[in-house]
Design a protein around this ligand. Structure first.
Ligand code: S5P
Length: 258
């Protein structure tokens, strides 16, 4: 959703995201699935200039703590990216409200989070109570990248309908193709691999953008590389050039701004 091609979405996080994407010429989100606080902060600092969003799994780390949040927020402000805690909420409204606001209080530090829709619309209501007050937003998992997942076309269209009922808070989807007029964040993106040993399936950045991704999510393709900064730069360039091609604009020289 570079502003040249996307309608304005009113949520404040979506507006900030659009501004960052335009200014930094990037549709890249790095999935920072590293084990330790040190690795997370080093990675965020290294890839920060090339990304619009940094995605975390705070509960899949050895030593995540309150200071990790503070340091990550400083890096987000310095480099200009948005934090996305990939919590994949999946419970009844009352429970997800607690999970969002207690423990490490995701609602306080992660402007973007996401939810499965299996529980029905109550899950959005439960997250909205805290999320809207803090100016946050939500992505719904409409499709998954993993082999033989259960999100069939009927399920996906019901998720899209749920998003349409909640346009102030829900800015888009985790998905593999264009879904209505909301943002699509596409995971399962890599230049080299086609799959992993546990069911993950990959597309190239070009394929993901051609299918309708506004934001491409890249994890191991970047953080498992010997030079994550250089690799993030390659994915940024590939994602941006694919967007220009799709929108009929000439290829551009990339300039990096933080
Ligand atoms: O369908 C999905 C949804 C998500 S959010 N498939 C995914 O792979 N993800 C996440 O994207 C996953 O949790 C991981 O953090 C990232 C993909 O990582 P990679 O190392 O395979 O690029």
């Amino acid at each position: 959703m570079f502003s040249a091609t996307k309608p304005k979405i009113k949520n404040p996080v979506a507006i900030q995201l659009q501004e960052i994407m335009d200014r930094k010429k990037t549709n890249l989100c790095v999935a920072a699935d590293v084990d330790t606080k040190k690795e997370l902060l080093e990675l965020a600092d290294a890839v920060g200039p090339y990304i619009c969003v940094l995605k975390t799994h705070h509960d899949a780390m050895d030593d995540f703590d309150q200071d990790t949040i503070v340091q990550l927020q400083l890096l987000a402000a310095r480099h200009g990216f948005i934090i996305f805690e990939d919590r994949k909420f999946a419970d009844i409204g009352s429970t997800v409200h607690k999970q969002y606001t207690k423990g490490y209080r995701i609602a306080d530090w992660s402007p973007i989070t996401n939810a499965h829709c299996v529980p029905g619309p109550g899950i959005i209501d439960g997250l909205r109570i805290a999320g809207m007050k803090k100016g946050n937003c939500l992505l719904l998992l409409a499709e998954m990248s993993s082999k033989d997942n259960l999100a069939n076309a009927e399920y996906t269209s019901k998720v899209v309908a749920m998003a349409e009922q909640n346009e102030d808070f829900v800015i888009g989807f985790i998905g593999q193709r264009r879904l209505g007029d909301k943002l699509v964040f596409t995971p399962g993106v890599q230049f080299v691999e086609k799959s992993d040993s546990l069911g993950q399936q990959y597309k190239t950045p070009e394929e993901a953008v051609a299918n309708g991704a506004d934001v491409i999510i890249v994890g191991r393709g970047i953080y498992a590389n010997a030079n994550p900064a250089a690799e993030a730069r390659r994915y940024q360039e590939a994602g941006y050039q694919a967007y220009l091609k799709l929108s009929g604009q000439p290829a551009a020289r990339m300039t990096v701004s933080g």
